[in-house]
Design a protein around this ligand. Structure first.
Ligand SMILES: Nc1ncnc2c1ncn2[C@@H]1O[C@H](COP(=O)(O)OP(=O)(O)OP(=O)(O)O)[C@@H](O)[C@H]1O
Ligand SMILES: [Mg+2]
Length: 394
C-alpha cells in the first residue's frame, strides 16, 4: 500500500493547535495529539509503587529552563531524556530510567496509571529534571498506520476527506480512534490511528506527573528522528526491547514498512532461566555478562541462540520483502533498544544476516555535557526513542 515517495517538498503538517507547519524531513511527523495541560491535581506523591523497582539512576546536572522531556514508556522501563536547545543544537541536560525488577514478571506499560505516574515522578525528582514540556511515544503495535494516496487538496479539504478514505483502511470504528495524518508529498498521506483510550491514558499520566504533554507520537517516528536524521538512503532500524522487536524500514527519511515481532529481552531471559534452571534475576545477570560471546561453552549463547535466530529470520524476511517489492537495496541496518547491549549480539546479527549491522547512534545529533562519556553505549542504545522524542519540534 505504500508508494514510492517523491522528494520534492518537505511535508506539511498541522501542529496540535491546528497551525500549519513545514518541518525538516527528520521532523516530518505530526504528533497524534496535543496538550494535556500543565500540572493540575497530581497523584499522591508519597504513594508507594505496587511493584519492585530495579533501579532509578543516572541523574546529570544542569539547569535547563528551555528544556523538554522525551518520555518513552516501554514494557520493561520508563526512559526519560531532558534536552535543552542551544543555538539550534540539542544538548543533553539529563537522563534517567525507571526499571522494574525482571523477576516481577510485570510490564511497566501495563501498570496502573498511578504507578506509571509514580515512576515518572521518581525519575524527575531523582535526576532533578526541571523541564515540564513533554513529548511521549505510543508503541507502534498499539497503533495502525499506513500510507494512502489522496488527490492534491488543501489542508481543510484533506481534513474532511481523510476520515472517509480512512474507513477503508482502519479496521475499527473511527469513533474509537484518534485519527491523524502527515502529508508526505503531493499524493501520499501517512495515516495513523491510535485508540482514543490510549491517547486519554497518556494525557492523564502526563497530567498526573505534573507535565505538559506537548505531543504524542509513534515510537518509530522518534527513532527515525534520532537514528536516521536527514539520511535519505534505504535504512532498516531494529529496536529490540523488553517484550518486542520492531523492524522499521525507512527510505527518503520516511517510514516505508514496519513489522513488530513479539520476542524481546524478556523471552531471552526466560529461555536462559528455563534452560539453566536458574531464577529470572540470575538469568538476567548472565544474559548481560555473557550474552552471545563467542567463547567455547557459552551456555548462555546455546540457551538463546534459537530465539535470536528466529528474530533474525523475521528481520531477513522483512528486509527481503521490501527489497523485492520496492526494488530498492537496504544499505544500512541499525540496531538499538536495550537488548542491543547484550555482548556480541551485533556481531551475531551481522554474521547471520550477511550484512553490516551497526549500533544506532542517537547522541550523534546531541551535544554531550562535559563529564559524560559520549561513547556510553547503553545511553545510546536504550534511550534512542526518548532522545528522538525530546528532539521533536513542539
Ligand atoms: N547490557 C545488557 N545486556 C543484555 N540485555 C540488556 C542489557 N541492558 C538491557 N538489556 C535488556 O533490554 C531489555 C529492555 O530493553 P528496552 O529498554 O529497549 O525495553 P522497553 O523499551 O522497555 O521495551 P519495549 O520496547 O519492548 O516496550 C530487557 O530485556 C533488558 O534485559
Ligand atoms: Mg522500547
Amino acid at each position: 500500500m505504500t508508494r514510492k515517495m517523491r522528494n520534492a517538498n518537505l511535508p506539511k503538517h498541522r501542529d496540535w493547535r491546528g497551525n500549519q507547519r513545514r518541518h525538516s524531513r527528520a521532523d516530518q511527523y505530526r504528533s497524534i495529539l496535543g496538550n494535556g495541560g500543565r500540572s493540575a491535581e497530581t497523584a499522591d506523591l508519597g504513594k508507594m509503587l505496587s511493584c519492585a523497582i530495579l533501579y532509578i539512576t543516572m541523574g546529570l546536572f544542569s539547569f535547563s529552563p528551555k528544556g523538554r522531556l522525551g518520555i518513552d514508556i516501554g514494557t520493561s522501563s520508563i526512559k526519560i531524556v531532558e534536552l535543552a536547545k542551544e543555538s539550534n543544537r540539542f544538548k543533553l541536560s539529563n537522563y534517567g530510567a525507571f526499571e522494574l525488577d525482571p523477576g516481577e514478571d510485570k510490564m511497566v506499560s501495563k501498570l496502573s496509571n498511578a504507578d506509571i505516574i509514580g515512576g515518572i515522578k521518581q525519575i524527575l525528582s531523582t535526576t532533578g529534571m526541571t523541564a515540564r514540556d513533554a513529548v511521549a511515544s505510543v508503541p507502534s503495535f498499539q497503533t495502525f498506520s499506513t500510507t494512502i494516496t489522496m488527490p492534491q487538496l488543501s489542508e481543510r479539504e484533506l481534513a474532511k476527506a481523510i476520515p472517509f478514505e480512512a474507513r477503508k483502511y482502519i479496521p475499527v470504528p473511527l469513533t474509537e480512534v484518534q485519527l491523524d495524518w502527515a502529508v508526505v508529498n503531493e499524493k501520499d498521506v501517512f495515516l495513523v490511528a491510535v485508540p482514543k483510550e490510549e491517547v486519554n491514558r497518556y494525557r492523564e499520566i502526563m497530567k498526573g506527573a505534573g507535565l505538559d504533554l506537548r505531543a504524542l507520537e509513534l515510537e518509530n517516528f522518534a527513532l527515525i528522528r534520532s537514528i536516521v536524521g536527514n539520511d535519505l538512503s534505504p535504512i532498516c532500524i531494529l529496536n529490540v526491547g523488553g517484550r518486542s522487536t520492531s523492524i522499521l524500514i525507512v527510505e527518503n527519511g520516511f517510514q516505508r514498512a514496519s513489522h513488530d515481532y513479539e520476542i524481546g529481552g524478556y523471552e531471552i531471559t526466560s529461555a536462559i532461566a528455563r534452560s539453566l534452571g536458574v531464577n529470572i534475576k540470575r538469568a538476567e545477570e548472565m544474559k548481560k555478562s555473557l550474552g552471545m560471546r563467542n567463547i567455547s561453552d557459552n551456555i548462555i549463547k546455546e540457551a538463546v541462540v534459537s530465539l535470536i535466530n528466529s528474530m533474525i529470520l523475521e528481520v531477513n524476511k522483512t528486509i527481503q520483502n521490501y527489497e523485492d517489492v520496492k526494488k530498492s537495496k537496504i544499505v544500512k541496518i541499525f540496531l538499538v533498544g536495550g537488548l542491543a547491549n547484550m555482548p556480541d549480539i551485533l556481531l551475531y546479527f551481522s554474521e547471520k544476516l550477511g550484512r553490516t549491522v551497526s549500533f544506532g547512534n542517537p547522541i550523534a545529533r546531541v551535544v554531550m555535557p562535559a563529564g559524560i562519556d559520549p561513547l556510553r553505549l547503553s545511553l545510546n542504545l536504550s534511550f534512542a526513542v526518548s532522545i528522538g522524542l525530546a528532539m521533536r519540534e513542539i
